[in-house]
Design a binder for this molecule. Sequence first.
Ligand code: GLV
Length: 318
Amino acid sequence: MKKILVTRKLLKENDERIKNLFDVKLNEKDQLYSSEEILELSKDCDGILAFTTTPFNKDMIMNLPDSVKIISNYAVGYGNIDVEAAQKRGIVVTNTPEVLTDATADISILLLLGASRRAYEGRKAAEKENWLWSSDYLIGKQMTGKKLGILGMGRIGRAVAKRARAFDMEIHYHNRNQLSSDLEEGAIYHKDINDLFRNSEFLSINCPGSKDTENLLNEETIKNFPDRVVIANAARGEVIDDDAMIKAMKSGKVFALGLDVYRGEPKINKKYLDLDNLFLLPHLGSATKKTRIAMGDRAIDNLDALLNQNQVPKDKVN
Ligand code: GLV
């Protein structure tokens, strides 16, 4: 049997399956292994089942034992892995697309609603029992009929669009390439990101995290939004320049922000914590049992394809 290192804890349903297919080193205590520990533990392994909390930078990849043929990432994003370095070493990298699309799109909508309808301030007031209903109490911004910009119109972006249509929103998007009209379903393409921002009363960020998308929302680009825009980020924290965003939230340019992801998470730029117009979640995009089991299955399928079936895994990204 081929040997696999699993760097974090999987759900028990996935443990059972992976144990049937491989000789596995599980991480029962769900420790956050250091790079040195991963290098040591992977010494006699053929593959690694990795998580976004485990960085595989160039140095780390260069030092992996020759026996390691695949890093199967339990996530759709793979910004935690230096894919080029892996390619140079002949290591296949895979991800888990499709299975987390709906769960993550739901969280994007939750962020848009939570931010625009002031859920954080509402929760605080309800807990303190010091509020009195009145016609102008905690007035938020309503999504109905508004223009929604989607930054990154991949599977998740399109699933956000589908949900937003139920709010009668007009969908605008920016993507590296324009989609075919059957995938667009009436959404309006903006080749220039600033054109998208000019047309976004609400914005949902759903693009991958990479050097190309880092700080796409910055001091200059944020100026293009209509005043009092609501922004939600369920993609990667690095897409937003936090200092520029905080300034825009203070000035009222940004009415409210919803975040599920953070630069250097679990850390958060502390200046955010002085603000009330903020709705926060701790990276829950894919956090439902059904989705997590499906992600584990997909990551296991990719290991099985390469190591047991000698096939190219379906979700190879390099
Ligand atoms: C989660 O952030 C993922 O990329 O799957």
